[in-house]
Design a protein around this ligand. Structure first.
Ligand code: G
Ligand code: G
Ligand code: MN
Ligand code: NA
Length: 254
């Protein structure tokens, strides 16, 4: 079967699942949120990572219904945790450019936030720099329309694209996520270390918060903390995990 056809079947059969990767406050280590990451539970191939099917979903337009499933499922899970007294936790959800530009997105968000009584301040969309670089006023208007619903924005993989400082200033961004490729060789690699330092300083000068992604070592953690990085995410903090495991982590971290 073509992967596109398989993805349609997967949607119909509810064969996707979300994992949650913890995000902590750099100073206190307190759990502040999680990034929701989709996985496909394939009947033959087992768990398929998003890199293997998100690009196909984007090309075929299937990213719109798949992305809708992700937003609904993340909201449903938030509500479940809230009911058990485990929220408020901030959830960030990855949104592809195609999905972001889809005309139905604002209404979909309004509907899931309402259905699951999600505190909109607890939901953030992770978009990549290219959404802003589109440079166009349509993207800016769309961002503001959703922002008016209380939903925030984190810029994913920051540093790998071509967005400028003026974009971060002009668009209603809340958080910048430094791409893990820049964190990987810190603090030994002086040029990466300086780059990370500059991104943090620049982000703060614009009044935004910053998340370092891909934190894997204690040395990276100490380095990022010393620079005043706000939040940390990475295997050192915790791997992406299923809701049940994540819930256990929330109970321990509270
Ligand atoms: O989870 P890793 O686990 O492999 O994720 C790889 C990539 O897939 C990341 O760049 C992430 O942004 C993207 N991704 C994960 N979940 C989603 C999702 O729900 N929607 C979209 N559009 N991308 C996702
Ligand atoms: O592009 P995005 O930032 O959304 O990608 C998230 C991806 O990064 C997921 O595939 C996740 O599994 C992966 N990831 C998260 N933390 C780490 C880490 O510390 N090291 C590495 N190598 N990958 C990580
Ligand atoms: Mn992401
Ligand atoms: Na990233």
């Amino acid at each position: 079967m073509r992967i596109e056809t398989e993805l349609r079947v997967a949607l119909a059969q509810d064969a996707f699942v979300l994992e949650y990767q913890p995000i902590v406050d750099a100073d206190s280590g307190e759990l502040v949120g999680a990034e929701a990451l989709i996985r496909w539970l394939h009947p033959q191939r087992g768990m398929v990572a998003p890199g293997a099917f998100i690009p196909v979903a984007e090309d075929s337009g299937l990213i719109v219904p798949i992305g809708a499933w992700v937003l609904r499922e993340a909201s449903r899970q938030w509500h479940e945790w809230d009911m058990r007294g485990l929220a408020p936790l901030r959830l960030t959800v990855n949104v592809s450019g195609v999905q972001f530009r889809d005309a139905g997105l604002p209404a979909l968000l309004a509907s899931v936030l309402d259905e699951y009584r999600v505190d909109s301040g607890c939901l953030m969309l992770e978009i990549c720099e290219s959404v802003m670089v589109d440079g166009n006023s349509a993207a800016e208007a769309r961002m503001r329309e959703i922002k008016d619903q209380g939903v925030g924005y984190a810029i994913d993989d920051f540093g790998t694209g071509f967005s400028s400082l003026s974009c971060l200033k002009r668009f209603p961004v809340d958080i910048v996520k430094i791409d893990r490729s820049f964190i990987h060789d810190c603090p030994q690699d002086r040029s990466d270390a300086h780059l990370v330092e500059a991104i943090i300083a620049m982000t703060h000068s614009l009044g935004l918060k910053v998340v370092a992604e891909g934190v894997e070592t204690e040395a990276q953690l100490a380095f990022l903390r010393a620079l005043g990085c706000d939040y940390l995410q990475g295997f050192l903090i915790g791997k992406p995990q299923r809701a049940g495991e994540f819930e256990a982590l929330m109970r321990r971290r509270r």
